[in-house]
Design a protein around this ligand. Structure first.
Ligand SMILES: Cc1ncc(C[n+]2csc(CCOP(=O)(O)OP(=O)(O)O)c2C)c(N)n1
Ligand SMILES: [Mg+2]
Length: 548
């Protein structure tokens, strides 16, 4: 077998850059070349799940490692679009390597090149149309994936180029600086610390930049030094331990009352590792508060709101600069007898009491809140990552699943592609084989990607999937009342445990809350033995959401 095709050179380069797996759907010669080198191919059932796997892997490894994601030119590249849009919205640093139509065919109508078609939802895209372009294009791509971490990067390779003989036997090698960090201008650090010190009710909003920078310890230290309440964004959920007395929870569409009470009082909000993006799934910033940011990329400044002060630099390093500044005397001004922790605790107590009946509900079919509650109390949260799916599962989990370690929760969704959670959990498991990886999805979400449970079985990626089956699309009566009244257009049907079993998954139904705990425990031990498990929990539609 030839080891001297362009495809072999690319695979060798990817392996040299640390890739252990290659995920996607054929035809793409890279699968063969990678396998010849001992990189494990993960062939999914749909391209979108492959991209979700690469996305989950990138996020769980803080963008330090990557799984190249490949698919065929034309239909394969086209089919990946939904998941790439999702990754672009969430800024996941993934490397996509679709094939491209052979050079001679690229001029024919209606052929559209992948690099062009994906330009709007990638941070950079290029086509390798000559073997000699390969190393240069891949160097630029890798620097952006592993160094800049701003989102999906795409390198399309013409199919005839993939199969072309390379000019010589030498491997392709590239070198590039990768991730480099910088501190902020000391004047900006001074300004930020003075503004925090002078504020009467400052707080922090921590985004996923804190996770990428591995800055949780520094964030906790700063919050404690200044008694600053900390909320996270949806994507940043788990950047600050939610069992900490200064935690407000995630500032998402649905949220604990602690977020709203703190936002109402805030006069200064410091965003750390967040672009302050606006979306339906993010709590809007209060108009009265003065906003500041710590971001590593100046392009993230003042994108969604007016911003008055900022530090440009790596979150971990800048937080350390702020802490040093505090040690050197720039302390907190006296905020009187204001007991920040007591106020958070009392709001939380009231909120928890108001919600306890739903969380512990004995209803059958089950309340989805009961499932979140029981899941949280069953897993080892130090070594578990949980993710939601679009729809009510997201809205019902985010306020109530209390995450205690970085990446204990994988929050996502600006584009909110239904079904994303399954691939994210699989990617998380590849990144953290010693962790329990759980995705909680509705029945409509299952319909989008359920077939890829077979990928989890075949490729031995044991995850725990919980399907909240309420037999419908939650909340959709409101969006299409006539269609529901006349045709039941919001209803769906299916025996999902049966589907899962037929695909080789250990699957159980949970019809009564009494069965839940034991079923979860069986599912967890099944996953520990290497086999994916699914619990189909029969739930009722639950329209009540946490939030204002
Ligand atoms: C690909 C895609 N199409 C449409 C939507 C809009 N959407 C969001 S949630 C939802 C219904 C979700 O139903 P289900 O998964 O059963 O969860 P439930 O809300 O019923 O718990 C739909 C259609 C989407 N998020 N993604
Ligand atoms: Mg549903």
């Amino acid at each position: 077998m030839s080891q001297n095709l362009v495809s072999d050179k690319i695979a060798g380069l990817l392996q040299q850059q640390g890739a252990e797996y290659i995920v996607g759907f054929p035809e793409n010669r890279l699968f063969n070349s990678a396998a010849a080198l001992g990189m494990r191919p993960i062939i999914t059932r749909t391209e979108r799940v492959a991209v979700n796997i690469a996305d989950g892997f990138a996020r769980m490894t803080n963008g330090e490692r990557f799984v190249p994601c490949v698919m065929q030119y034309g239909p394969g590249a086209e089919a990946a679009h939904a998941a790439v849009a999702q990754a672009f919205g969430d800024r996941s640093p993934i490397l996509l390597i679709p094939g491209e139509h052979a050079r001679a065919a690229q001029v024919h109508s209606p052929t559209v090149g992948a690099a062009e078609a994906y330009r709007a939802i990638t941070v950079w895209s290029a086509t390798v149309n000559e073997p000699e372009q390969g190393p240069g294009i891949f160097r630029r791509a890798l620097q952006q994936v592993l160094g800049a971490r701003r989102g999906p990067v795409l390198v399309a390779v013409a199919n005839d180029v993939l199969y072309a003989s390379a000019a010589d036997d030498r491997p392709w090698e590239v070198s590039y600086p990768g991730a480099r960090r910088s501190q902020a201008d000391p004047a900006d650090v001074d300004e930020t610390s003075s503004i925090l010190a002078a504020a009467t009710s400052p707080l922090i909003v921590a985004g996923q930049g804190v996770l990428y920078a591995e800055a949780t310890d520094e964030l906790v230290a700063l919050a404690e030094a200044l008694d600053l309440p900390v909320a996270t964004t949806l994507n940043g959920k788990s950047a600050f331990p939610e069992d900490h007395p200064l935690s407000l929870g995630a500032a998402a569409r649905t949220r604990p009352a602690t977020v709203d009470r703190a936002f109402e009082r805030a006069d200064v909000i410091l965003g750390v590792g967040t672009s302050f993006a606006r979306s339906l799934y993010i709590t809007p910033m209060p108009p009265e508060a003065r906003l500041g940011q710590i971001v590593s990329d100046p392009r993230d400044l003042a994108t969604g709101y007016d911003v008055g002060f900022a530090c440009i630099g790596d979150a971990k390093l800048v937080l350390r600069q702020l802490l040093e500044r505090l040690q050197n005397g720039a302390g907190r001004t006296d905020r009187g007898n204001d007991d920040v922790r007591a106020r958070i605790a009392s709001t939380r107590r009231e909120f928890d009491e108001a919600w306890r009946p739903r969380l512990t509900s004995d209803a059958a079919p089950l309340s989805p809140y009961r499932v979140v509650w029981e899941l949280m109390r069953t897993v080892d949260r130090q070594r578990t990552v949980v993710t939601h799916d679009a729809g009510h599962p997201r809205d019902q989990m985010v306020p109530f699943y209390e995450t205690v370690v970085p990446h204990g929760y994988l929050g996502w969704g600006k584009s909110t592609q239904l079904g994303t959670g399954l691939g994210l959990a699989m990617g998380a498991r590849l990144a953290r084989p010693d962790w329990l990886c759980v995705n909680v999805m509705g029945d409509a979400a299952f319909g989008m990607v359920g077939m890829d449970l077979e990928t989890a079985v075949r490729c031995r990626i044991p995850i725990l999937t919980i399907v909240l089956n309420n037999g419908l699309m939650g909340g959709y009566t409101e969006y299409m009342p006539e269609a529901v009244a006349r045709y039941d257009a919001h209803r769906l049907g299916g025996d999902y445990r049966g589907v899962a079993r037929a695909l080789g998954v250990h699957a159980e139904a949970v019809e009564h809350p009494d069965q839940l705990r034991a079923a979860l425990e069986r599912g967890i031990s099944c996953v520990a033995s290497g086999r994916p498990a699914l619990l189909e929990v029969m739930t009722h539609e639950e329209p009540t959401m946490a939030g204002p």
